[in-house]
Write a protein of this length. Structure first.
Length: 712
């Protein structure tokens, strides 16, 4: 067994820290405790604007008439390109990232997973804006503050998480944001998680660690401490760390709550449970854990793990974002699949609380209500994103609602106070036949009666592309030997001469992604970007010589090729890059949460890479979609804003404004590189900005109207 590598917490105190006064006075607009961090004053104090996941701002300076006039106001290039390492004498050695990594590897040759050295490219953060300052974190877990008017760096705090090793492979070198809290007076704090599993708390004004948070004045707590089977420095068989925090925490009342990334490409049935953890915002004192995998036989849900498989099973983590309601005192947890993602013979039963939306009392950590969307998950249909909280009126009855979009293309809508479905959710029979030894799929799964699915589900011959008879025949031949079926068709392992596996749609990446949906609090309209894709999961027998304790797992990564046994890497391939399925290949859907009905949907992009194919370019095809990125939507008073990968100058990436009422594309502006994170908007000194992270650096960029358009 590989010896665990230990990380000395004292290194965390040797932080990179810049302190520069902002170019203008901070606005006196900080929210008091227990208030919803809404966007009515032009600030953006939580990942999605508010803690209810809305991604909405009432700002309207940028509108349909002037959107095309947006210009780049400033750009900020990532500080991850030049970092430091701690020297033996306790000093700092500064150098380009590659040189620092080389020095670290010279000291510890097996520090990083092969091919997965520290990288700045996964810059998925959406910044916050409070008091004229933007706050965010970088892929190397550095916290940053920049002037919201100029993009000037104000401070950087570097916890040096890269000195411990490659972050868990489910979230390798990526970070998605930070959280903000204030007591309404002088105490303002920024929180974020690190790739090696610490929760950081710094002073928002200076970037200095909050000395009263965590042990020894460190401004940090070890989020792994106390979690079963979570041992600091321990690696998986590919030499990556097992636990990290990559999505932003959330502050509800005086608790800071976070989920985790836990390695899920495992060859063992034993894994770290993805407990959700809460801490006191002032002291860092541990408040509670919610056991997404039970920890004893008498806990609620333990009977859904046959043969006491809760004793060793893990994950069921919240790897994406959370949502909360300060008034109710609830935090809402959208959990993922338990281990192993696609093979459940070692964990028979429904497996609560995997793939479940849970309402938890933020003061006590007690469960208020829950809904499991997938029983005994076999498809990695995690909840990929935060839920959206909105107040609606259904059949004349006001309801505090919560809507959770899913990878499988459903929206589950509940009364967020009681957990009662707003429209019935039915248990329906699903296929159960599988060639996976020992597997017992659930005979039923939940299906919402409203809203209707927002994208395609399952695969039949009728779903194959039919642009021309010739292309249609190619698609039929491409799926020959594969298992087709409806949503929740169990996976089959490939057996040569028998089956090539199961085509799964939506794929494990989902039709909705981690960036999620946005909801308009004025109308109750939910806007969901989605993609139409399918996949085949390669299931294989891992080698016991590598420590495997499961019969089957997935992935067959390249650096394990010689050790894997019986893996067949196969998928339906169309020649020359033609699509396999009917369009659209991505879309935006608007759903009225007052009625549960779809209001409209439109393809996102023309899909020129398909339309211009030699076999298709003579056809008069409609817009095909397929130009969506991984970012989420942004709503303003008048616009739906979303980034596409194509359609700009020279068919480059662009940021697009849509009419919220019907999806009509109104205008677009070229991006300097492809969008990575979800955009946000803010108002500063009478000028509205739109900021987002993009590649080509990576960079944080801010757009605004020319000064002549701005209000005096």
């Amino acid at each position: 067994m590989r010896q665990s590598m230990r990380f000395a917490p004292v290194l965390l105190l040797a932080a990179l820290l810049w302190a520069v006064p902002p170019a203008h006075a901070q606005q006196d607009s900080a929210p008091g405790p227990w208030q919803t961090y809404d966007t009515s004053d032009g600030e953006w104090r939580s990942y999605a604007g508010d803690i209810g996941g809305k991604k909405y701002s009432p700002l309207d300076q940028i509108d349909a008439d002037n959107f095309a006039d947006l210009e780049l106001a400033w750009e900020w290039t990532s500080v991850d390109h030049r970092v430091s390492k701690t020297t033996p004498g306790g000093g700092e050695w500064w150098a380009p990232l590659d040189a620092v990594v080389e020095a670290l590897v010279a000291e510890t040759p097996n520090l990083y997973r092969t091919g997965h050295l520290p990288s700045p490219t996964g810059f998925q953060a959406t910044p916050l804006m409070v008091g004229g300052v933007l706050y965010f974190n970088t892929p190397l877990s550095q916290g940053v503050a920049v002037d919201a008017e100029t993009g000037e760096t104000l401070w950087v705090f570097n916890p040096k998480s890269y000195e411990e090793g490659t972050t868990t492979m489910t979230g390798t070198w990526r970070q998605r944001g930070v959280a903000y809290w204030t007591d309404g007076e002088d105490d303002e704090r920024i929180f974020w998680g690190t790739g090696n599993g610490y929760l950081v708390c710094v002073d928002a004004k200076t970037g200095q660690p909050c000395a009263d948070f965590g042990p020894n004045g460190s401004g940090m707590v070890d989020a792994m401490n106390g979690v079963p089977r979570a041992n600091r420095g321990e690696r998986d068989y590919l030499n990556a760390l097992l636990y990290g925090i990559h999505s932003p925490p959330i502050v509800v009342r005086d608790r800071v709550i976070h989920g985790s990334h836990v390695a899920d490409r495992r060859i063992t049935k034993e894994a770290i449970p993805g407990w959700v953890r809460a801490w006191d915002v002032r002291t860092g004192e541990h408040a509670w854990d919610f056991h997404t995998v039970p920890n004893s036989a008498d806990e609620f849900g333990a009977d859904t793990w046959l043969n006491q498989s809760w004793r060793y099973s893990g994950n069921a983590n919240v790897w994406s974002m959370l949502a909360g309601d300060n008034e109710l005192g609830h935090v809402y947890l959208p959990t993922g699949t338990t281990t192993n993602d696609y093979y459940g013979a070692d964990r028979l039963g429904d497996n609560l609380f995997s793939e479940t939306l849970i309402a938890v009392d933020v003061e006590t950590g007690e469960r208020e209500w829950h809904f499991q969307a997938v029983h005994h998950g076999l498809w990695d249909y995690d909840f990929p994103t935060h839920p959206n909280l909105v107040d609606v009126v259904v059949d004349g009855r006001p309801i505090k609602a919560i809507a959770q979009v899913s990878k499988q293309g459903f929206v589950y809508v509940f009364d967020r106070v009681t957990g009662d479905p707003i429209w019935p959710i039915e248990e329906r029979p699903v296929p159960t036949e599988t060639n996976m030894p020992g597997e017992v799929p659930s005979p039923t799964q939940p299906f919402p009666t409203k809203p209707a699915p927002f994208d395609y589900q399952g695969v039949t011959i009728d779903d194959l592309v039919d642009f021309t008879p010739e292309v249609r025949q190619m698609a039929i031949e491409a799926v020959e030997g594969f298992r087709l079926g409806p949503l929740f068709t169990p996976l089959d392992r490939p057996i040569e001469g028998v089956t090539r596996g199961t085509i799964m749609r939506p794929p494990d990446g989902g039709t909705a992604g981690w960036a999620g949906a946005a909801v308009d609090p004025e109308t109750g309209m939910l806007y969901i970007p989605s993609r139409n894709q399918a996949t085949v999961i390669p299931l294989y027998e891992p080698d016991p010589a590598l420590g495997a304790t499961v019969a089957y797992t997935h992935g067959a990564p390249e650096d394990e090729r010689l050790a894997r046994r019986g893996a067949i890497r196969d998928s339906p391939q169309m020649p020359q890059g033609l699509p396999l399925l009917k369009p659209p290949y991505s879309r935006m859907t608007a759903i009225d949460l007052n009625t549960g009905e779809h209001a409209w949907w439109v393809p996102t992009g023309n899909g020129d890479r398909y339309r211009n194919h030699p076999r298709l370019r003579h056809l008069n095809l409609p817009p095909l979609g397929g130009d969506n990125g991984s970012n989420g939507p942004l709503l303003t008073k008048t616009l739906l804003i979303y980034c596409l990968t194509a359609g700009g100058t020279n068919n480059g990436p662009r940021i697009v404004a849509y009419d919220k009422t019907d999806g009509t594309e109104l205008a677009s502006v070229d991006l300097p590189s492809g969008a990575i994170g979800t955009p946000m908007t803010y108002l500063l000194d009478g000028r509205q900005y739109i900021a987002l992270t993009v590649g080509g650096g990576p960079r944080l960029v801010a757009f605004a109207l020319p000064e002549r358009h701005s209000n005096p």
